[in-house]
Design a protein around this ligand. Structure first.
Ligand SMILES: Nc1ncnc2c1ncn2[C@@H]1O[C@H](COP(=O)(O)OP(=O)(O)OP(=O)(O)O)[C@@H](O)[C@H]1O
Length: 395
């Protein structure tokens, strides 16, 4: 039997935690323009004026939360040096809080003592708002309320009320500012104009990271997380290049570097190489695809499987109608009636949104309109791993 005893290797990581999501860097690299605009939007606070309401938007993993924590920490530090400026910040994540009511309850509980919390049901909405305004008045001074992932709140009653609480006389003893953060780029446009005009008084848009910016983020973590000279030449650049190509998301680039280090450690090597990065990417993609596909409908999976067969046979990019034959063959094998051409097109569009396939429009030539071609955007082995349950049934 193999030797399963545990021995620390200690040769790759100095502080592996520095690559985990919870770790906050002391300094934010690669976000100078965004930080400059955000800093300017927060300036009224240090002047002792009423804060602007600020709205931050940008895709996932582009540093919106990290920038907020970084600047608010500095603001709190510097506000402490200004006579008469009493600054409080409250941050909640609205993921899981679907309504204004639930968000107001969460804010009340965040502001209240743990022994004096209110429950999530049973109060009229007006009473919950009153509890919240009372808590804000008790705090007094300047209060910045951060609503991260604000797009989860489905109705806009609180987003209307909160920025106006001072001017409407609901809160009299505190100056209020709301910072809304969202990675849903449509959220802002769907807000009613009265909410948008107050919630989005100042806006800061965070662009996706390019490869150079991701290199900066990764180098900063390398210094903390890894032992000296453990990363082979090109490893950081490769993680950054994949990160920029996939999504421009720092979280994904950091995950890739972490997984590469883990693979090096698993294989008892003392150097993290580009080969480890390639393997790590394959693993992470597989995890992502498995997660994306596992709850996907049966016919969606069959359409994907059909395209995978074409890809394995070197017949991609494939037109929608080319997918039909293998799809029907699979339906027959699985004992399912095939869905319409239109439904197949919709499944393909959905798979594209999930990032599992990519599609391109092709011109038919003079006056001939356009058609779509599809191919896998992930490796065949990742997709097969995602489809494994279906493939197992078929085997
Ligand atoms: N400029 C940066 N420098 C260092 N680390 C960064 C930077 N930008 C992002 N990160 C790190 O990347 C991860 C994701 O960043 P963050 O949570 O701020 O993204 P986000 O834009 O708020 O994403 P989401 O919308 O998904 O919440 C965090 O671990 C964060 O510390």
């Amino acid at each position: 039997m193999s030797d399963f005893s545990f021995k620390p290797t200690g040769s790759i990581f100095k502080e592996r935690e520095a690559l985990l999501e919870e770790w906050t860097p002391d300094e934010l690299v690669g976000r100078d323009e965004e930080l400059r605009q955000y800093h300017a939007a927060l300036q009224p606070v240090i002047e002792g004026e009423t804060p602007s309401n600020i709205f931050l938007y940008g895709k996932s993993g582009v540093g919106k939360t990290a920038a907020t924590r970084f600047l608010l920490q500095l603001l709190e530090r510097d506000a402490g040096k200004v006579d008469g400026l009493d600054l409080h910040t409250v941050e909640i994540n609205c993921d899981g809080l679907n309504s204004s009511y639930q968000t107001a309850v969460a804010l009340v509980n965040e502001l209240r003592d743990p022994t004096n919390q209110i429950s999530n049901t049973g109060y009229p909405q007006a009473s919950v708002y009153q509890f919240l305004f009372d808590e804000l008045d008790t705090l007094g001074g300047t209060v910045l309320i951060v609503l991260d992932e604000v797009d989860h709140i489905r109705d806009d009653s609180l987003l209307y009320k909160l920025p106006r609480a001072r001017s409407n006389g609901d809160v009299t003893a505190a100056r209020l500012g709301v910072i809304g953060i969202s990675n849903d780029l449509d959220f802002r446009n769907q807000l009613s104009s009265k909410v948008r005009s107050s919630l989005c008084e100042k806006e800061v848009s965070f662009s996706a990271y390019d490869a150079n910016e991701l290199c900066e983020v990764l180098r900063q973590r390398e210094a903390v997380a890894f032992e000296n000279d453990v990363l082979d030449t090109g490893v950081i650049e490769m993680c950054a290049a994949y990160g920029a190509k996939d999504s421009g998301d720092a979280r994904q680039a950091l995950d890739l570097l972490l997984e590469s280090g883990d693979i090096a450690r698993e294989t008892n090597t003392e150097l993290v190489t580009e080969a480890h990065v390639r393997e790590a990417r394959e693993r992470l993609q597989t995890d992502q695809v498995v997660e994306g596909i596992s709850n996907y409908s049966m016919h969606g999976q069959l359409v994907l499987w059909a395209l995978t067969i074409l890809e394995e046979q070197g017949q991609t990019p494939a037109r929608t109608r080319d997918v039909r034959d293998p799809y029907e063959m699979l339906c027959e094998r699985e004992g399912n009636d095939p869905v319409s051409d239109r439904a197949v097109r919709e499944y393909l569009a959905e798979l594209e949104t999930l990032g599992i396939i990519s599609s391109t429009q092709v011109n038919r030539g003079k006056g001939g309109g356009k058609y779509k071609q599809h191919e896998l955007d992930q490796s065949v082995s990742s997709v097969k791993a995602g489809l494994s349950e279906l493939l197992d049934t078929a085997a």
